[in-house]
Design a protein around this ligand. Structure first.
Ligand code: SF4
Ligand code: SF4
Ligand code: SF4
Length: 412
């Protein structure tokens, strides 16, 4: 455990980005739900200390074990990150009617977290069990044990057109206001004109959202490092939302805009047979997934909906552990002192080629690298060149955060 009085605490560092009142806001978030608010707040606080190296994993586990069991009837938090321990017994289900989907959710929530693990098989059929087995066999050949999907996003190329936002929402059939991809337009004292921050889930290797999940619904897919939510296991406690410092989680309060009967099962279940893709059902947490069913498909592996839609070529998705991948090759190019492709960098003065990871100092080990300037603490969100409303989207964050600084806006 690190104990250095000269260093700002992890809470001070989070507050510097999220604003002093983030904890009150998160308390209000949890008060809306049915689970213990103070437990969620305390676990989130300590999960941040855990990922920052200020608390040991075993201490974190022990500190909350009894309270988690008391609240949820079970404590399935793994001591080491492993989605395999959470995966047992999970089988794919056929595309459900909306009633079936709702019934399953209600039953699972009544059964509690433990029931979710033993009860799910009741919905699986022999037919789709077979499909799962063959899919897993097919996928195993393609697996690279060192793969870590992530992105490089060049903020200087972004023109704020929102094409990525629309593409993600259409591909994943998310409900209005659930902007898994979000483009912030901001002004900053230290930067000229309009600037953009293009924000997905940061796919943290050391993800605090995962540390607090009592059911292991939020887990890392071991074969490629994607941080995903198993919709069949999530009980909607929202602890992950509070623990995430990036504000990328969207809880599905009501019935989704797109009914379950319109979701393609091939775009819902990954190769392990876990329901982790497309929009979540009612009462379940959603966020950017980095498109796992694309990554399972040999013909579409290494692509995402938002990257495909970006006409500015600002998004580079790929394996962050592979020096030859698109994102790493792009990074290598921009880090060269004198890039040869001047046209690509026409809008970027040569002294402005910088890269950063959001809130990297928190210890989350994000797998999204940005090219361009990092927004400062006094940056302020402004209307972008294209409004969310113009594009048929709902921008709830902008409404709520209009009067706030960038720090509060981005990370709340
Ligand atoms: S994934 Fe679901 S069960 Fe896990 S912390 Fe988030 S809301 Fe709770
Ligand atoms: S950005 Fe948030 S939700 Fe995504 S992996 Fe990191 S902590 Fe979890
Ligand atoms: S990676 Fe996939 S889920 Fe994430 S923002 Fe892009 S299209 Fe949406």
């Amino acid at each position: 455990m690190i104990d250095d009085d000269n260093e700002p605490s992890i809470e001070e560092r989070v507050s510097a980005f999220r604003g002093d009142d983030w904890e009150d806001e998160m308390r209000a978030v949890l008060d809306e739900g049915e689970y213990d608010t103070e437990l969620g707040i305390q676990m989130a606080r300590d999960a941040r200390r855990l990922v920052a190296g200020e608390l040991e994993e075993a201490d974190f586990h022990e500190r909350y074990h009894d309270a988690v069991v008391e609240e949820f009837g079970v404590d399935d938090r793994p001591l080491e990150t492993s989605d395999e321990s959470a995966a047992s017994g999970h089988l794919p289900v056929a595309a459900e009617t909306d009633e079936e989907e709702l019934e399953r959710r209600e039953v699972l929530q009544k059964m509690g977290a433990a029931g979710a693990f033993v009860g799910l098989g009741a919905w699986a059929t022999a037919e789709n069990r077979d499909e799962s087995a063959s899919a897993e066999a097919a996928a195993s050949d393609e697996d690279d044990p060192n793969r870590q999907w992530g992105m490089v996003i060049d903020l200087d190329k972004c023109d704020g057109c929102l094409s990525c936002v629309i593409a993600c929402s259409q591909e994943n059939q998310t409900s209005a206001g659930s902007n898994w991809m979000y483009v912030f337009t901001y002004e900053d004292d230290d930067q000229d004109g309009e600037n953009f921050l293009v924000r997905t889930c940061q796919m943290c290797t050391n993800a605090p959202c995962e540390k607090v999940c009592p059911t292991t619904a939020r887990h890392t897919r071991t074969e490629d490092g994607l941080v995903l939510t198993d919709y069949d296991v999530c009980i909607g406690c929202r602890y992950c939302q509070v623990a995430c410092p990036y504000g990328v989680n969207y809880f599905q309060w009501g019935e989704p805009d797109v009914p379950g009967s319109e979701i393609d099962p091939h775009h819902a279940y990954d190769d392990r047979g876990r329901w982790v893709d497309s929009r979540p059902p009612k009462g379940v947490m959603g966020k950017c997934t980095m498109c796992p069913t694309r990554q399972d498909d040999p013909d579409r592996r290494g692509t995402t909906g938002c990257e495909d839609a970006c006409s500015m070529d600002a998004i580079y998705f790929g394996d962050m552990n592979d020096p030859e991948s698109d994102p790493n090759q792009y990074l290598e190019t921009v880090r060269e002192e004198n890039p040869t492709d001047r046209e690509t960098f026409a809008n970027r003065p040569s002294d402005r080629v910088s890269t950063f990871r959001l809130l990297e100092e928190l210890g989350t080990e994000p797998n999204v690298v940005f090219v361009g300037n990092e927004p400062g603490p006094n940056a302020k969100q402004v209307e972008g060149p294209v409004s969310y409303e113009e594009m048929g989207q709902v921008d709830r964050r902008k409404d709520v955060l209009d009067e706030e600084t960038f720090a509060g806006g981005v990370f709340s």
